[in-house]
Design a protein around this ligand. Sequence first.
Ligand code: UDP
Ligand code: MG
Length: 324
Amino acid sequence: MSDKEKILSIVVPCYNEEAVLPAFYDEICRTADELKDRVDCEFLFIDDGSADATLSILKGYAGSDERVHYISFSRNFGKEAAIYAGLQNASGDYVVVMDADLQHPPAFLSQMLDNIRSGEYDSVAMRRLDRKGEKKIRAWFSAQFYKLNQKISGVDIPEGATDFRMMTRQMVDAVLSMPEVNRFTKGIFTWVGFRTLWLPYHNVERPAGTSKWSFWSLVKYSFNGILAFSTVPLAIASVLGAIICLGAFLMMIWVVFKTLVWGDAVGGYPTLITVILFLGGIQLLMIGILSQYFSKTYMETKHRPVYIAREKKLGRPRRKKDSV
Ligand code: UDP
Ligand code: MG
């Protein structure tokens, strides 16, 4: 197949993006035009249960532009689910995932595509160099998360990694072969391996609309990421248990020694209560960590679908999907 016949699927999760969608569509059409000598583009918008006019805007585009496809969810399932639905239904030889808010500038697609077409890379991903326009505290927590994640889980996600990523069909199929319902996409992209080129860029502020992430949803996302890819927190219980046992043993020797040498007046109430409270706290903490893993396992065993589509318009599959 000559490269001209290859298709680039552009997957765009959208949640209440009526304010910015028209600007995004204009720009992505311009970019597709620039790329037309290299690839044909298809657009796959995922309406993640928007409550605004997002779906009707998408339907309008789909009516007049045959490159536009969409899937509309029955409710808000989250960006991870939207990315999964996009990858699952994209028919392209290359697939790129990008935000609808122009914070992932379409202008980079050309450079990403050239690097992938060179055959040297299976994936080209964008990494933010700064967090201009973001609250300082949010940026700080985010940096700490990447550091912690790097330390305790096997997957090495560079700081500032975004979901803005172009992949070959082979890598997309590998990502889809991971069946978990609780999907931490950044970790999955890294876990499947392949050769990835990281391109740095400066953060772009949203031209319209607002971020869908609250501070707490980001904290939850970070914990999910660690739980999804690491069992190190579970090992903390064993390590702490061993240390405390050793401490208790040494203390026991000290108490016996003290009693034999000096005799003992019944005392030590403060020591006793401190030790009891300390041990109680540690035990609860460990049960808490255990429960986090247990609850994730419980949810996975239900085998619920990652998303439910209410309506969709998809093109005819242009190619048979290979399995990995
Ligand atoms: N998004 C989504 N479902 C959600 C939240 C967000 O599909 O539940 C989409 C959103 O429409 C946007 C992208 O994910 O295209 C990134 O969201 P946002 O800009 O709010 O995140 P931020 O850039 O602040 O991290
Ligand atoms: Mg954004």
